[in-house]
Design a protein around this ligand. Structure first.
Ligand SMILES: Cc1cc2nc3c(=O)[nH]c(=O)nc-3n(C[C@H](O)[C@H](O)[C@H](O)COP(=O)(O)OP(=O)(O)OC[C@H]3O[C@@H](n4cnc5c(N)ncnc54)[C@H](O)[C@@H]3O)c2cc1C
Length: 404
């Protein structure tokens, strides 16, 4: 197999690298460096989204007809690699990588025309209302209720709650699953709805994650009236849309590019760090072996990522490959952040999340570049849970791949 790049591909790669380096302002770069979860600091991330949009690169995977750059799989891969190398903050996947494809696949012409350009431009910030206190892995058990109302039944009234809702405190829109029927199988009474977060009756309560960051929330609905025109697909057929979207969510749950960058950083650190006898950490046989083993595993994940992209190109959605990708990539992700804490040794202990807040001027204990290591280690534990836990992904693989 020839995996060397053609001259055109090298020119493309250089063009991407130059653009990213020329346009990453210090505040945006800092947001990338301090990011320990899927979401980087809000203001800088959305400023960066708009810069990429002006360049036509906000949604690398979108078809040209909806405003995507029209790149092939290799170009998209090179873009993701260069993106990670520059240390740019991740864009929120909730719009362009999750609800966007769902609207393309199942939305009406009017919904596509209204929502897709706003997702692309960064005008709308989305959150995902799937999980509930009693419905996570068992998502079909969701109870948040929507009842038809209005003179001609043109609205829904929603009552209930959603939990673990990432970015709900910033979002102006939510895509959510609501129960519209209680008869029959639970999956057949669910509807997929798009709604505005400033609708009266919606309240958002913060929940802080392990690393101390405020990424997700609980959202409460009390007699919230939303128009039925926000429904994607037919009433009670939201499960079809939800499953379609979840395949994309798993496909993007981990960006492989950032993992390679993080592993390279550990390698650099292990070469630079000396013990009291002047020996470099990389000379420690146990550490070097762990680093090499992770390198091999990450390479395997990279190839699984290529297979997932090939599936999307062939079938339009990733299928069970996304479960495989999600599981292996998040396992490697967690192992990498664990090795990073080993590399900085005692300096991993004084965890100081307040140093990662915008404008913080506290002196870090240890190197400034290592401030995110412990936060990443703690927050990365969530990677095996969000997007559907890894145990659930194994169930899906057992059923769809092994036919069990
Ligand atoms: C950082 C983060 C961000 C998130 N953001 C969002 C968001 O924006 N929107 C949203 O809707 N949700 C979000 N979630 C929620 C996430 O999707 C759920 O946490 C996840 O689906 C698991 O559900 P649960 O937490 O209710 O755990 P449970 O379903 O209660 O599971 C508990 C444990 O039991 C295991 N388990 C459960 N059922 C089975 C089974 N059948 N077989 C084997 N093992 C099983 C699970 O693997 C898990 O280890 C987020 C979660 C995290 C951690």
């Amino acid at each position: 197999m020839d995996i060397s790049l053609s001259d055109e591909q090298r020119v493309f790669q250089a063009e991407v690298r130059d653009f990213l380096n020329d346009n990453l302002t210090p505040d945006i770069k800092e947001a990338g460096r301090l990011c320990t979860t899927i979401m980087a600091e809000h203001e800088a991330t959305w400023k960066w989204h708009r810069i990429l949009h002006r360049q036509g690169w906000a949604a690398p995977n979108w078809p040209v007809e909806y405003g995507g750059p029209g790149w092939d799989a290799v170009q998209r891969y090179l873009y993701s690699l260069e993106y990670a190398r520059t240390g740019a903050p991740p864009l929120s996947p909730l719009g362009f990588a999750m609800v966007g494809p769902a609207i393309m696949g199942h939305g009406s012409a009017a919904q596509k025309a209204f929502y897709l350009p706003r997702i692309l431009s960064g005008e709308d910030v989305w959150c995902q209302g799937y999980s509930e206190p009693g419905a996570g892995s068992d998502l079909a058990n969701l109870q948040c209720r929507a009842v038809a109302d209005g003179p001609d039944g043109s609205d829904y009234i929603i009552n209930g709650s959603k939990i673990w809702t990432s970015d709900a405190h910033h979002a102006n829109r939510m895509f959510c699953l609501v129960r519209t029927n209680t008869d029959g199988k639970p999956q057949t009474g669910i509807t997929f709805l798009l709604l505005e977060m400033d609708t009266p009756g919606i309240t958002v309560e913060p929940i802080h994650i392990l690393g101390g960051d405020h990424e997700f929330n609980q959202v409460f609905f009390q007699d919230v009236r939303v128009p039925q025109s926000g429904r994607v697909g037919a009433e009670n057929d939201g499960w079809t849309v939800a499953k379609y979207l979840l395949e994309f969510e798993r496909g993007v749950a981990v960006g492989v590019g950032p993992l390679r960058t993080r592993l390279d950083e550990i390698c650099g650190l292990a070469q630079a760090r000396r013990d009291s006898d002047g020996n470099a950490l990389i000379g420690d046989a146990g550490f070097a072996r762990a680093l090499a083993a992770l390198d091999v595993e990450l390479t395997a994940v990279e190839y699984t990522g290529h297979r997932t992209m090939a599936e999307i190109a062939k079938r339009g959605s990733p299928g069970p490959a996304s479960s495989m990708m999600k599981t292996r990539a998040t396992e490697v992700q967690m192992a990498i952040s664990e090795l990073a804490t080993q590399a900085i040794a005692y300096y991993a202990a004084p965890h100081q999340p307040e140093e990662r807040l915008p404008g913080a001027n506290l002196e870090p204990i240890g190197q400034r570049d290592e401030m995110s290591v412990t936060g990443r280690y703690l927050n990365d534990r969530a990677a095996a849970i969000y997007g559907g836990s890894n145990e659930i992904q194994r169930n899906i693989m057992a059923k769809l791949v092994l036919g069990m």
